[in-house]
Design a protein around this ligand. Structure first.
Ligand code: HEM
Length: 123
């Protein structure tokens, strides 16, 4: 099974490439109204997930923490849903999907805080 650090980092790099391509299209097509979707992909998808992957790499004992997989999937699904929600908001103005998927993202972040607190070497 792939390590949590690797799954988060692969997802982050995927968001990076996709977000950059989208940024290029947005600039070329002169559609700056999609800026929030681009920002969500770059900051929420790429930078945040890369940072979370790096945390698991820096404190590898967190890989074996009890709620590690629950954290992984709530965070990954949350970020995917949040970004899709931002796209929907850009297209229609409706924020329901964003609101809904903020919940698993927040849960994933809170679990990460818990996991770091109880697992990571206290130095
Ligand atoms: C090939 C790479 C990229 C391309 C082609 C690209 C393209 C764009 C474009 C066209 C805009 C809109 C500018 C405007 O409307 O004034 C923009 C805004 C933005 N981009 Fe990117 N981008 C790229 C990479 C990145 C990266 C790596 C990040 C962050 C890690 C990023 C973060 C942002 C942010 C925060 C804004 C909003 C800036 C503002 O509103 O002041 N972009 N990008």
């Amino acid at each position: 099974m792939m390590s949590i650090a690797r799954v988060h980092t692969l997802a982050a790099l995927g968001w990076m490439v996709f977000g950059m391509l989208f940024g290029l299209w947005m600039g070329a097509a002169e559609t700056p109204q999609f800026r929030p979707f681009h920002i969500g992909m770059m900051l929420g998808g790429f930078l945040m997930l890369a940072a979370v992957g790096a945390i698991f790499r820096l404190w590898p004992e967190m890989e074996h923490w009890r709620y590690a997989r629950l954290h992984l999937w709530t965070m990954e699904i949350g970020v995917l849903g949040l970004n899709l929600g931002t796209l929907v908001q850009n297209l229609t103005g409706n924020i329901a999907l964003q609101a809904l998927f903020s919940l698993p993202t927040i849960l994933g972040a809170a679990l990460l805080l818990h996991g770091f607190w109880v697992t990571a070497e206290r130095t």
